[in-house]
Design a protein around this ligand. Structure first.
Ligand code: NAI
Length: 315
C-alpha cells in the first residue's frame, strides 16, 4: 500500500493544544492536511482558558513542515462550534476531516458527591461539544461536499470506571452519537463516515491516577501511538462507518455491542420464573449477533412484523 495522505484536505482537530489531540493534528498535517488546531486551553477539569496552548501547538506543527492554524474557542457552545467550522472555511474553503477530541474530567468521586455543575460540564464538552461540532459540519459534508470523515473520541470508561459517572456517561453518548450519525449517512448514501475510538495514552489526564501509573502510561502508551488509527479513519480509504475501536500502545482492537441468541418465549404471557430459569442461556455469548441498527435488533424477535416498513419510516 502506498503512503496514505491528505493533500488538499482540511481538518479540524478539537482539543489539539496538547496530549492526544496534538498528535492527531501533527500526523494529519505531516501527511498533507491543512489543520485547524482548536483548543480552549483550560486544565484537565475544564477550568480556565489559555489561547497560547493552541497557538504553540499550531506553531510547532508549522515548524515541522505542516500547515496549521490555531483556534481558541470552546466547543461546548453551539455558536462557537459554528464559528470554529467557519474559521476553517474562511482559511481554506472546505472541511474534510473533523476529529472531536476535546474532553475534560470535571468530576471525581462517588455519585452523591458530584455536583450539578460537574455533570453539566462533562456533558457540555464531550457530549454537547461533539454534537455541536458534528452538526456544524454535517450539511457541508453531506450536501455540499458529499465527502467527510468524522472521528469521535470516546473512552473505555463507559465500560465502568470505579465510581465515576458523568465522564463515562458523556463518553457513552459520544459512542451512541457515532452510531446514529453513521446510520444517518448510510441511509442517505453520502460518502461521509463517522467512527469512534477509545484511546489509551499517558497524558495530563492520566496524572489523575498518581505518579507511578502516570509514568508507566507515558512510557508504554505514548499519545503518538494512538494517532495512526485516528488518521486511518480520517482517510478517504477508511474501511468502516459507525465502528468503535480501542487504541493504544501501538495496536487496536474492535469494540462492539452484540446481542446474544438469548431466549425467545412463544408464550407472550410468560413468567418471571421462566426469565430467571433462562438467564444463563441469555448470558451465553455463543452465536451472538451485531445489529447495524435498532431495527436489526428488534427484528431478531422474528414474526411477520414488516420490519422493512419500519426501517423506511425511521429514515
Ligand atoms: P488532555 O487534557 O491533554 O486533552 C484534552 C484537550 O481538550 C485539552 O487540550 C483541553 O484544553 C481541551 N479542551 C477541553 N475543553 C475544551 C473545550 N471546551 N473546547 C476546546 N478544547 C477543550 O487529555 P488527553 O488525554 O489528551 O485527552 C484527549 C481526549 O481523549 C479527551 O476527549 C479524553 O477524554 C480522551 N481520552 C483520553 C484517554 C487517555 O488515556 N489519555 C482515555 C480515554 C479517553
Amino acid at each position: 500500500m502506498g503512503e496514505m495522505r491528505f493533500d488538499g484536505q482540511v481538518a479540524i482537530v478539537t482539543g489539539a493544544g496538547g496530549g492526544l489531540g496534538k498528535e492527531y493534528a501533527r500526523l494529519l498535517a505531516l501527511r498533507g492536511a491543512k489543520v485547524l488546531v482548536n483548543d480552549l486551553g483550560g486544565n484537565f477539569a475544564g477550568v480556565g482558558a489559555d489561547g497560547s496552548y493552541a497557538e504553540a501547538a499550531a506553531a510547532e506543527i508549522c515548524e515541522q513542515g505542516g500547515e496549521a492554524a490555531a483556534n481558541t474557542l470552546s466547543v461546548a457552545n453551539s455558536a462557537n462550534a459554528n464559528a470554529i467550522v467557519q474559521d476553517a472555511l474562511d482559511r481554506w474553503g472546505r472541511v474534510d476531516i473533523l476529529v472531536n477530541n476535546a474532553g475534560i474530567v470535571s468530576a471525581a468521586g462517588t455519585l452523591d458527591t458530584v455536583t450539578d455543575e460537574q455533570w453539566e460540564n462533562d456533558m457540555a464538552v464531550s457530549a454537547s461539544g461533539t454534537f455541536y461540532m458534528c452538526r456544524a459540519v454535517w450539511k457541508l459534508m453531506n450536501e455540499q461536499q458529499n465527502y467527510g470523515r468524522i472521528v469521535n473520541i470516546a473512552s473505555g470508561s463507559w465500560f465502568g470506571m470505579g465510581s465515576a459517572v458523568p465522564y463515562p456517561a458523556a463518553k457513552g453518548a459520544v459512542w451512541a452519537m457515532t452510531r446514529a450519525l453513521a446510520s444517518s449517512s448510510r441511509a442517505t448514501g453520502r460518502n461521509v463516515t463517522t467512527n469512534v475510538i477509545m484511546p489509551i495514552a499517558g497524558s495530563r489526564m492520566t496524572e489523575l491516577m498518581g505518579p507511578d501509573i502516570h509514568g508507566l502510561m507515558i512510557r508504554d502508551f505514548p499519545p503518538r501511538a494512538v494517532a495512526p488509527v485516528v488518521a486511518m479513519l480520517a482517510h478517504a480509504d477508511a474501511p468502516c462507518n459507525g465502528e468503535l475501536f480501542s487504541v493504544g500502545g501501538g495496536g487496536y482492537t474492535r469494540v462492539f455491542a452484540g446481542v446474544t441468541r438469548g431466549y425467545r418465549a412463544t408464550d407472550k404471557d410468560w413468567t418471571m420464573e421462566t426469565a430467571r430459569e433462562q438467564f444463563d442461556n441469555v448470558m451465553d455469548t455463543d452465536g451472538f449477533f451485531i445489529p447495524e441498527g435498532s431495527m436489526d435488533e428488534s427484528s431478531l424477535f422474528t414474526s411477520d412484523v414488516p420490519w422493512d416498513a419500519f426501517r423506511a419510516f425511521i429514515q
